[in-house]
Structures are given as structure tokens and as C-alpha cells.
Design a protein around this ligand. Structure first.
Ligand code: 6PG
Ligand code: SF4
Length: 620
């Protein structure tokens, strides 16, 4: 029996999405056809597609007997989380052959590392890279040679971009094959401590580099619970990757076995396998609600308040921040993983990980269990199991055993009855400065209410300069505006965290209000983010002046300037002309800045599919 508020939100989403979801499913159905799909292509088409294949694959592809799997890969050497994907295509092709199928790399997609671009101009392309990834995936799959698709992606914008496209191709079976986290280096709190010391001028660049390199030190996903690892949690709880696939280290026998098993499962999900399972059957309103529940129970990244809305919309499902807020009220925080604690995802995995988390959420009626997943079997209950390498590896390289039903470390994984917070720690923030979100799960309660004079800036570097000149030693609310999708691509402003954190530690009441984003790794400083309407669209932030008193109140979920009548009488400030448009191809992205939705609608440039053109009405 699902919790009443969870069911209310689910019913509300189903009702709101009825028309678009029906149109979406009809669109998917119209694109389904018996396999192998390549039968519809000409001899010339399939000859081109198989020209470079080894003889066995070529024979099967041309003979149109075996299912053909498309691999969409986000491999590159920039993201430690994606570097392991270099080896995946050969593992997948071998496993496909053993399962009586062929596999080809359908195409590559770009992947940006937000850690490499954090605080740099490149970060202004990060959000839009998500939709570029969706477009690139569509281009890869446009060859229409594939009866199923394996997606190789982990990080921030990559999983959302792959999922947006996967759902536009919802008539195909699709599955994610993650790479897994790097082993733990120095702890995330220790890394953050050295950064704050550097911001205070107490350590030099040499010590800072040593700490950073000891934290980010090997192939695999960074170990904090940021957007990348939140994506992994989502792909499991929404049933798009195998149970327990998320947090096994890369380049290990178990990881390779999971990748091979993922391939085998996908072959069986094609319409030439045992159980045809297109992606549109997996991602429905209940799966999206399960994703929202997982986001709140684990204290996941605020970036998913943008990406999950864009993903849902790609499947004809409309969600808004009231849904996030109500699910946050119904779901307690039962994970303490940095920035919400001192542990990392490796400790989370060792404490029972996804199998325990999902067991606990099912036990307490907080998730929908009657769902379709890539694991097959009996719905979400399959995800209370964990993978072990099959000693005989024939035919299944992986066996699944029942996962822990008790937390193996209650300091990291609590329970619904003994949570770390009574709610999911995500607040909808609204008031006369607009509508945004705030993650309070990592903010101490004493910092939930900040009322102080505004310091209004148009770029995060201005605040860094002020800090260097020592004028920030006081209470203030930093208003960093013209950071929305239309202004400059809505960058993360995570570089502000060490400075604001150091001032907070000195006892000053500091907060941040912005139409930009923060990193999933941001935490301790109260921040109302994703504010819309954004400043460039004449949102209220464009009228705020330094010295205005602003009250940010996470208890009530309000964000107001104390003298609104004066605000109304003001002209909007003009945005200073950006000085980086000729850098890194920024000016190529002007059409995306003009086209992007607001953050609550998913900040997407993809617009609405033909079947939802009438969608362009304000979110209910
Ligand atoms: O949303 C996220 O999780 C972040 O974008 C993350 O992917 C990014 O890389 C951080 O910047 C890493 O943290 P540091 O910048 O503190 O290393
Ligand atoms: S988690 Fe962030 S910093 Fe780490 S590899 Fe992924 S994008 Fe880069």
C-alpha cells in the first residue's frame, strides 16, 4: 500500500499528463515494428552498416536473423567516470554474440566534466550539453539498425541527455550500463577543509593541488553524492539499469560481469527475445514518482529538479516543483552521504546500498512496486537484490542474492522509522523574488533563516574579488543574477561554496540567491537557486539593489525582499555585456539560450514533440 501523499501526487501527475502521455504512447506504438528492425532498410543501407563488421557479425546482420544492439557511448578521458567506457564495447559485443545477437557502436555523444569546467567559462555550456547529448543520441539511433540500445553514461548532464533521447525512442528496449565509482581517496570533508583553508589564505596552491589530486585519483565516478551518483540512484530506482549495478567499481571482474549481463538482459528484452520491454513501458508516472522518492530519501542533487522534469516530459509526463516539494514532505532523509554527511558512495554501498534503500522504501510503502523494469521479474522487489559474480558464468555472468534488510551502518543508512531528517530536505522557495528550490539537507538548522542586506552581482568572480579585498566580513545575502538559461546557460556557482562556507564558519549570516545552479556537491550554505523568472527575462532579481534587505526562510519556504513596493517601482537592471562570448564557442549557443525553457520546466531547448505542441501552456 503506497503512502497516501505519494499516491495523491502520483494521481495528480497522471491526471495532469493524461493527454500528453496518451499521445506519447500512441507515438511509440506507431513506431514499433517486428524485429529485426533493419529488415525495413535496403540492401545498400545494411551493407553500409555492416561493411566494417567482422565476418560473423556481417553474416548475421545481412542475414537479418539475430537482434542487433546499438551502443551509445559517452566515453572520453576528461571524465574519470567515463574513462572506463573505453573497454565496454568489446565486452558488450562479446556478450551479445554469446546471447545470439550482434552489437555495434551506434554513435558517441559528447560529455562534459563539471569538475574540469567548474568556475570556468566552459561551465556556461554545461547545461546545454545535456540537450546536445540528446540530439547526438538521436543521430546515433537514426540509423534504425537497432532492436535495443545500451547507453554508456554516468555524469551530470549525460544520463539526463541519454534518457531524454531514449524516451523519444521509447518504442525501443533500452538499458544503462554504468561504470561505477572510483575507490575512496581522501574524504570529501577533508578536501573541502583544505579548500576553505586556501580560501582563507592559510594554505598555498601546492597543498590545495595535493588534496584535490588525492581526492580525484582514479578511473570511476567521483565519490561525493553529487549529480552523477544521484543519476545512478535514479537509473536503478526507476528500473533502467540492473539491480546493484550503480556502485560496483570499474575495471573489476564483477563490473565486467554486470556489463555482460546487462547486454544479455537487453537481448532478451528485444522483440526477438523472451519479453519485449520497450522503454516507454518502463518510464511511466509511477517510475517518475519512484525517482522523486529516491531523490528525497537520499538527499540527491538539486540539478535533478531540472533534469528529472525534462526526462519526464520526454515521456509525456508533466511534473513541477510542487510535486517535488510534496514528495519531500512525505519522504524522510535516510542517507547521510557527502555533502549531507561525511561518508561517500563507497561507504553507502558497503552499508547496504541500493538493495537496502529500496527494501526500506518498499517496506514503508513509499514507492510503487508494481512497475516494469529492465530486471524483469516481479517489479521493484527485484531491486532489493544485489549482484554477485557467477562462478560458472554460463549463461548468466551474474547471480543476484537477497540484499541486506537491515542497514549495515546506521550512521550512513538510517531507516524510515529512524531517519536523519523527517523530510527529504528539498524546499520549494517562493516569494516576491520568484520561484526556486533550496536543498536544506546539508544546511544546519541555525542557517535556515537569513535576513540581511543584499550584495548584488552579475558574475561569481565579483564576489571572489570582494572576498580578497576583505569587505565580506559581515552578514549578507549574495544575489548572483543573470545566471539563468537565457542569460549564460545557467552555470553552477559551486566555486562560491568555500568562500561563503568560510564566512559562515566565522559566524556571519550568509546566503545565496541566484537564477543559476549549484553543484550537487554544494551543501552547507543556504542557497535559493534556479530562481525564475530569471533576471534576463525581467524577473524580480533584475530589480534588486545592494543594500535591499532580503529574507530567505527555509522554515516557511519563502524568499522575499523586505520592501516589495519599492521593487515594483524600479526599472530592471540591464545585464552587462558578457565578455566571454567569443570564448569556447559561447556565441554558437545563442540560439539555445534564446530557446531554453525555465528551470522548473526542465531548461530544455528541445521544445515539445509534435504530439504535445499544445503543451506550451504554463505548468499547472
Ligand atoms: O552537480 C554535481 O555533482 C557537480 O557538477 C559535480 O559533477 C562537479 O564536478 C563538482 O564541481 C565537483 O565538485 P568540486 O568542484 O568540488 O570538485
Ligand atoms: S562526477 Fe562531476 S567531476 Fe566527477 S567525473 Fe563526473 S562530471 Fe566530472
Amino acid at each position: 500500500m503506497t503512502n497516501a501523499l505519494i499516491q495523491t501526487v502520483t494521481d495528480r501527475i497522471i491526471k495532469r499528463s493524461k493527454e500528453t502521455r496518451q499521445a506519447y504512447l500512441a507515438d511509440c506504438k506507431a513506431n514499433m515494428r517486428p524485429g529485426p528492425r533493419r529488415r525495413r532498410l535496403t540492401e545498400g543501407n545494411v551493407a553500409h552498416a555492416s561493411a566494417a563488421c567482422p565476418v560473423l557479425e556481417k553474416t548475421e546482420i545481412l542475414g537479418a536473423k539475430w537482434a542487433n544492439i546499438g551502443i551509445v557511448t559517452a566515453y572520453n578521458d576528461m571524465l574519470s567516470a567515463h574513462q572506463p567506457f573505453e573497454r565496454f564495447p568489446s565486452i558488450i559485443k562479446h556478450a551479445a554474440r554469446r546471447a545470439g545477437a550482434t552489437a555495434q557502436v551506434a554513435g558517441g555523444v559528447p560529455a562534459m566534466c563539471d569538475g574540469v569546467t567548474q568556475g570556468q567559462d566552459g561551465m556556461e555550456l554545461s547545461l546545454f550539453s545535456r540537450d546536445i547529448i540528446a540530439y547526438s543520441t538521436a543521430i546515433a539511433l537514426s540509423h534504425d539498425m537497432f532492436d535495443g540500445v545500451i547507453h554508456l553514461g554516468v555524469c551530470d548532464k549525460i544520463v539526463p541527455g541519454l534518457m531524454i533521447a531514449a524516451l523519444r525512442y521509447g518504442y525501443l528496449p533500452q538499458i544503462f550500463a554504468p561504470a561505477g565509482p572510483m575507490p575512496s581517496g581522501i574524504s570529501n570533508p577533508e578536501k573541502a577543509r583544505i579548500r576553505q583553508l586556501f580560501a582563507e589564505g592559510k594554505v598555498g596552491r601546492e597543498e590545495l593541488l595535493a588534496a584535490e589530486s588525492a581526492s580525484y585519483h582514479a578511473p570511476g565516478t567521483c565519490t561525493f553524492y553529487g549529480t552523477a551518483n544521484t543519476n545512478q540512484m535514479l537509473m536503478e530506482i526507476m528500473g533502467m539499469q540492473l539491480p546493484g549495478a550503480s556502485f560496483v567499481h570499474p575495471n573489476t571482474p564483477l563490473r565486467d560481469a554486470i556489463t555482460a549481463q546487462t547486454t544479455r538482459r537487453l537481448v532478451s528484452m528485444t522483440n526477438m527475445g523472451e519479453s519485449f520491454t520497450p522503454a516507454c513501458d518502463i518510464i511511466d508516472e509511477r517510475a517518475i514518482v519512484n525517482g522523486l522518492v529516491g531523490l528525497m530519501a537520499t538527499g540527491g542533487s538539486t540539478n535533478l529538479t531540472i533534469h528529472l522534469s525534462a526526462i519526464a516530459k520526454s515521456a509525456g509526463i508533466l511534473i513541477n516543483w510542487d510535486d517535488y516539494s510534496d514528495i519531500s514532505k512525505a519522504v524522510p532523509l535516510i542517507c547521510k552521504i557527502y555533502p549531507n554527511g561525511i561518508s561517500d558512495v563507497n561507504h553507502f554501498h558497503a552499508a547496504g546500498g541500493m538493495a537496502y534503500l529500496i527494501h526500506e522504501l518498499i517496506n514503508e510503502g513509499l514507492v510503487h512496486t508494481d512497475v516494469t523494469t529492465v530486471a524483469g521479474g516481479e517489479g521493484l522487489i527485484e531491486y532489493t537484490r544485489e549482484p554477485i559474480k557467477n562462478a560458472h558464468a554460463d549463461p548468466d555472468p551474474v547471480l543476484f542474492r537477497k540484499g541486506p534488510t537491515e542497514s549495515l551502518d546506521p550512521e550512513i543508512l538510517g531507516s524510515v522509522k529512524t531517519p536523519f531528517r523527517e523530510d527529504g530536505g528539498l524546499r520549494l522557495m517562493s516569494g516576491n523574488l520568484g520561484r526556486g528550490v533550496m536543498k536544506i539537507s546539508a544546511v544546519k538548522r541555525e542557517h535556515w533563516i537569513v535576513e540581511a542586506p543584499a550584495i548584488v552581482i552579475n558574475h561569481q568572480n565579483e564576489l571572489m574579488e570582494m572576498h580578497k579585498s576583505g569587505i565580506l566580513e559581515r552578514d549578507f545575502v549574495a544575489v548572483v543574477r543573470f545566471q539563468g538559461p537565457a542569460a549564460n546557460g545557467m552555470p553552477e556557482l559551486h566555486k562560491l561554496t568555500p568562500v561563503l562556507g568560510a564566512l559562515q564558519d566565522k559566524g556571519y549570516k550568509v546566503a545565496l540567491v541566484t537564477d543559476g545552479r549549484m553543484s550537487g556537491a554544494s551543501g552547507k550554505v543556504p542557497a535559493a537557486i534556479h530562481m525564475h523568472p530569471e533576471a534576463l527575462h525581467n524577473g524580480p532579481l533584475a530589480k534588486v539593489r545592494s543594500g535591499d534587505i532580503i529574507r530567505l526562510d527555509a522554515e516557511t519556504g519563502t524568499i522575499d525582499v523586505i520592501s516589495p513596493e519599492e521593487l515594483d517601482s524600479r526599472e530592471v537592471a540591464a545585464r552587462p555585456k558578457p565578455d566571454n562570448l567569443s570564448a569556447l564557442g559561447m556565441n554558437m549557443f545563442a540560439p539555445m539560450r534564446e530557446q531554453a525553457d525555465n528551470a522548473e520546466a526542465g531548461a530544455s531547448v528541445l521544445g515539445d514533440p509534435e504530439w504535445a505542441a499544445h503543451l506550451r501552456r504554463p505548468l499547472a
